[in-house]
Design a protein around this ligand. Structure first.
Ligand SMILES: [Zn+2]
Length: 72
């Protein structure tokens, strides 16, 4: 097994409103801009931290949203 085991989660199991919030509230390192939006999201967990990963709607580079315990 790898050191950081990645556990797949079901992004589509979230409320549709919650999904929309994740898709709209993004930060893109490549564009250096917030809230550009993302598409084709997936969700997974690594060592207790949950990530929503998608593609930037502007540039197509991967964008990540990291969820802390406070958000869950
Ligand atoms: Zn971008």
């Amino acid at each position: 097994m790898t050191q950081s085991e990645r556990i797949e989660r079901d992004f589509t199991a979230r409320d549709s409103e919650e999904q929309q919030a994740f898709l709209q509230q993004t930060w893109c390192d490549n564009c250096q801009a917030a809230d550009l939006g993302m598409h084709t999201p997936i969700e997974y967990e690594i060592e207790g931290t949950i990530f929503v990963e998608g593609r930037c709607s502007r540039c197509g580079e991967p964008v990540y949203t990291e969820l802390t315990d406070d958000d869950i």
